[in-house]
Design a protein around this ligand. Structure first.
Ligand code: ZN
Length: 175
């Protein structure tokens, strides 16, 4: 496995819509190795999610995982989604902090749908259809946005909460 280079804000791939993964590609060794590398890279940089465009691959693949306590997050098992479609359920929105490995050192409050329906393939091409809520829902929406060329900055209502990590720890974390 290999740790991949993470694209930083300004790289055009972060603004492109990712292509869907063809069925044949899914079964290839190269694709399976890529998914392993995506997961390895997410873990190496302590991300709770990572999308293929963030490692310079314009395909609709994303990974989500959180260890207990990481990012003040509930433990979230490793989930790999291929060609996902994410649909909001209901009108309930919640605002919470997000960061991004492609925007290192920054955090901001982002409104997200509390509950979404997720339809996708897993890494072996088996269909998935489930409901995600709260933190899991938030991370999936963040990573799904990357597949559309959207960053969390685009989702912020205002930049008043946009902060560097040091200042986040000093002024915001307790609130
Ligand atoms: Zn991100």
């Amino acid at each position: 496995m290999a740790v991949l280079k993470v694209a930083q804000l300004g790289h055009p791939i972060l603004r492109r819509r990712a292509a869907s993964v063809p069925r044949d590609t899914l079964r290839s060794r190269d694709f399976q190795r890529f998914v392993d590398d995506l997961i390895e890279t997410m873990r190496k940089y302590s991300g709770v999610g990572l999308a293929a465009p963030q490692v310079h691959e314009g395909f609709q693949v994303l990974a989500v995982e959180a260890q207990k306590g990481q990012e003040e997050a509930p433990a979230t098992p490793l989930t790999v989604l291929v060609n996902p479609v994410v649909t909001p359920l209901g009108n309930s929105l919640g605002e919470d902090w997000e960061g991004c490995l492609s925007l290192p050192g920054l955090r901001g409050k982002v409104p997200r749908h509390r509950e979404v329906r997720v339809e996708a393939l897993d890494r072996r091409g088996e269909p998935l259809d489930f409901t995600a809520t709260d933190f899991f829902s938030r991370v999936i929406q963040h990573e799904y946005d990357h597949l559309q060329g959207i960053t969390f900055l685009d989702r912020m209502k205002s930049f008043e909460t946009l902060t560097y990590l040091d200042e986040y720890a000093r002024y915001w974390a307790e609130r």
